[in-house]
Design a binder for this molecule. Structure first.
Ligand SMILES: *Cc1c(COP(=O)(O)O)cnc(C)c1O
Length: 383
C-alpha cells in the first residue's frame, strides 16, 4: 500500500535498540531506574481532582464544548499570565485553549505555511516543531543550539536566503532538552529579525514554572508588547502534573491565533468541558502547589547534579526545567546503551532531539531523591 509521502519523510526512529534493551532488562527482573521520561511522576494535586469530579457529574459538561474554549477559562489564563508572567492578554482575541500544547504546536504549521516556506527549527529540540513543519509541507532549516552560545541559536549565522523564506521560528525557553534559559536581550534581537524578515516567532513556554534559585522565566510577550510578531504556547501538563489530561493554550498575536482557531474548527470539537473547569481551578488556586513542586524538583536537581559532579562529570546546574543535560562526548546512543546494560539506568540520547544533540544525554528529574542517589551510586561503579 502507498501511504503519505510526507509521513515517509519523517526521521527514522532511533531508539529501537534501546527500547529492546529496556524491555529485556525489565523482563529479566532488573531494577531499572528510568530517567528517560519527561513526564512528572507525581499525581495531579487533589484540589484539581476534586474540581474535575464535580464537573464530570454535571450533565451540562457532557455535551460538545465551545471550539474556542470557555470564556471563563480564557479569562483565567489571562489572569494567570498577568499574575505570573507580567503580560496582559485580551482573553477574547489573544488566547486560545488547546487539547494540550502539542496539539496546537503541531497544527500551527498547517494554518500558516505554504509551499516554499521555510520554518527555522532549533537542533536539538522537542520533536513536534520539526515533524509538524514537514507534515505541513514546509522546508525545515535547523539552527544548532551550541553550548558555547548558551544553547541559544546564533542569529547572525542564519543564511539570508533562509531568513527571506522564513515563516515560523520555533523557540523553547526554558528549554527541553538543554534546560537553557533566554533573556530579554535575546528575545529583543529575535523580534528585530522577525520584523525585518517578516516571520512569526513561536515560543514554547511549557517549563515557565519549573524554575529554581529565584530565577524567573521571561515571556516573549513581555518584550513583544504589541504582540506583532509572536505567539507563546503554554501547558498545564508540567506545571500541575496534568500531562494526561490534555490542556494547554496559545496566546499572543491575534491573527495567528485566529488562523489556528479556524484550522482547528475543522479538526476537533473543543476540549471536554469538565477538564476546562478543572483547569480553571488549577490556574486560580495552584500558586502554592507550584511553590511546593519547585522545592521538590530543586532537591532532586541538587542530588543528581552534585552526584554527577562527584564522579567526574562536568555538568551545569539548570536554572529551570526538570532536565539535566550532560556532555558525554562521543555517541549518545552508545553511552545510553552502556548505562542501561551495565547500570540499568535509562537516559535519553541527545541525538534523538536532533543532530546537534549528539554528544549529550538527558536525565529527567522525574524520580525521587533516593532513586537519584541510587542512580549516581550505580554510575560511579561503571565510569
Ligand atoms: C512536555 C512539553 C510540552 C507539553 O506538551 P502538552 O501537549 O501540553 O502536554 C510542550 N513543549 C515541550 C518542549 C515539552 O517538553
Amino acid at each position: 500500500m502507498n501511504f503519505s509521502n510526507r509521513l515517509g519523510m519523517l526521521g527514522t526512529y532511533l531508539f529501537a535498540e534501546i527500547d529492546r534493551a529496556k524491555r529485556e532488562a525489565k523482563k529479566a527482573g532488573k531494577d531499572v531506574i528510568d530517567l528517560g521520561i519527561g513526564d512528572p511522576d507525581m499525581p495531579t494535586p487533589d484540589f484539581i481532582i476534586e474540581s474535575m469530579c464535580k464537573a464530570v457529574r454535571d450533565p451540562v459538561n457532557h455535551r460538545y464544548a465551545m471550539d474556542q474554549g470557555l470564556p471563563e477559562l480564557r479569562e483565567a489564563i489571562a489572569d494567570w499570565y498577568y499574575r505570573r508572567l507580567r503580560v496582559k492578554l485580551d482573553p477574547e482575541k489573544e488566547v486560545l485553549p488547546l487539547i494540550g500544547s502539542k496539539e496546537g504546536i503541531a497544527h500551527l504549521p498547517f494554518a500558516v505555511n505554504n509551499p516554499g516556506d521555510v520554518n527555522l527549527v532549533p537542533s536539538p529540540c522537542y520533536p513536534p516543531y520539526k515533524n509538524a513543519s514537514i507534515l505541513a509541507g514546509a522546508q525545515v532549516f535547523e539552527l544548532p543550539l551550541l553550548e558555547e552560545n548558551g544553547f541559544l541559536p546564533d542569529l547572525g549565522n542564519i543564511p539570508t536566503e533562509m531568513l527571506q523564506k522564513a515563516k515560523l521560528l520555533f523557540l523553547n525557553y526554558p528549554n527541553n532538552p538543554t534546560s537553557a534559559v533566554a533573556d530579554y536581550e535575546f528575545f529583543t534581537r529575535v523580534l528585530a529579525l522577525a520584523e525585518k524578515y517578516d516571520f512569526i516567532v513561536v515560543q514554547d513556554m511549557a517549563y515557565s514554572e519549573i524554575v529554581y534559585d529565584g530565577y524567573r522565566a521571561i515571556s516573549i510577550l513581555e518584550v513583544d508588547k504589541e504582540k506583532r510578531r509572536s505567539v507563546e504556547f503554554h501547558s498545564l501538563s508540567k506545571t500541575y502534573n496534568m500531562t494526561g489530561w490534555r490542556l494547554g493554550w496559545v496566546c499572543g498575536n491575534q491573527e495567528v491565533i485566529s488562523a489556528l482557531a479556524k484550522f482547528k474548527s475543522n479538526i476537533d470539537s473543543g476540549i471536554f468541558q469538565a477538564i476546562q473547569l478543572a483547569g480553571i481551578t488549577a490556574l486560580k488556586d495552584g500558586d502554592e502547589f507550584i511553590a511546593r513542586m519547585q522545592q521538590v524538583y530543586k532537591g532532586r536537581r541538587d542530588v543528581l547534579v552534585e552526584g554527577l559532579r562527584s564522579i567526574g562529570f562536568d555538568v551545569s546546574s539548570p536554572k529551570a526545567t526538570f532536565y539535566v543535560w550532560m556532555r558525554i562526548g562521543g555517541s549518545s546512543i552508545d553511552f545510553a546503551k552502556r548505562v542501561l546494560e551495565e547500570a540499568h539506568i535509562i537516559c535519553t540520547p541527545g541525538i534523538g532531539f536532533g543532530k546537534s544533540g549528539e554528544g549529550y544525554v538527558r536525565f529527567a528529574l522525574t524520580l525521587g531523591e533516593e532513586r537519584l542517589e541510587e542512580a549516581v551510586d550505580r554510575l560511579r561503579k561503571i565510569v
